[in-house]
Design a protein around this ligand. Structure first.
Ligand code: Z5A
Length: 211
């Protein structure tokens, strides 16, 4: 049986990295074999593209170049990791996927959805995540949390307006497809956030996952 594809999304500092560790424990507890991966990145080549994308540089990166690099890395990641793992029956847990492109490039960079949809079709046809957890916090709180952690990368230097467009895009995608997207209120304590995640995953396992 094909594995399940779970993605985790949200704006800066919402707690994806922190909660992925919790989801990995949940998968282990449920004896589900899985790989944990991320975008941009996930293979040696795609990780090199990630470095190019995140580096602060004097040259302005044009939005189309950024978009194409996202999808170049994604094509490699799907070919080398995501698709073979799902086909082998393993679950794939991915920190960000194409929804991030709709949110950051489509809404954040104001590129719109049309170009992204055509690249999405080219790169992964009708393949979509089975479940997407959208960790949601007010932008200011996420930036405050992220700011305590490390030097800002090229994306983290964006203004609050940019991240509000990103956040609204995630909320709008979730509203349009509540079957796949589950919004987690990540502004609460970590304990409460993880209770919400466990509830969502347990539901997914018993209702959506027929294996
Ligand atoms: N990007 C894009 O533009 N287009 C695309 O298609 C894709 C990506 C795929 C890199 O992503 C960048 O790529 C990203 C979007 C763009 N933009 N940026 N920046 P990334 O996922 O690698 O990086 P990130 O979004 O910056 O993630 P992050 O900053 O690592 O945040 P996080 O993983 O969501 O948060 P965290 O490290 O788990 O938590 C942040 C801090 O908050 C940390 O100190 C935690 O201990 C604390 N925390 C977490 N949860 C809580 C709670 N509940 N209470 C209190 N404190 C908490």
């Amino acid at each position: 049986m094909r594995g399940r594809f779970i993605t985790i999304e949200g704006t800066e500092g919402v707690g994806k990295t922190t909660n992925i560790e919790y989801i990995k424990q949940w998968l282990d507890t449920n004896h589900i074999s899985f790989v944990s991966t991320r975008e941009p990145g996930g293979t040696p080549l795609a990780e090199e593209i990630r470095e190019l994308l995140l580096a602060n540089r004097e040259e302005k990166v044009c939005s189309k170049a950024e978009l194409l690099m996202m999808f170049a890395g994604r094509a490699q990641h799907i070919d080398q990791v995501i698709e073979p793992q799902l086909a082998a029956g393993n679950w794939v847990l991915c920190d960000r996927f194409t929804d991030a492109t709709y949110a950051y490039q489509g809404a954040g960079r104001e590129m719109g959805n049309e170009l992204i949809a055509s690249l999405e079709t080219m790169v992964h046809a009708s393949m979509r995540p089975d479940l997407t957890l959208v960790l949601d916090v007010p932008v200011e709180l996420g930036l405050e949390r992220a700011g305590k952690r490390s030097e800002p990368d090229r994306f983290e230097l964006e203004k609050t307006d940019f991240f509000n467009r990103v956040r609204n895009a995630y909320l709008s995608m979730a509203e349009q497809n509540p079957q796949r997207y589950k919004i987690i209120d990540a502004s609460k304590t970590l304990e409460f956030v993880q209770q919400q995640i466990a509830y969502t995953l347990n539901n997914f396992l018993t209702t959506d996952h027929n294996g």
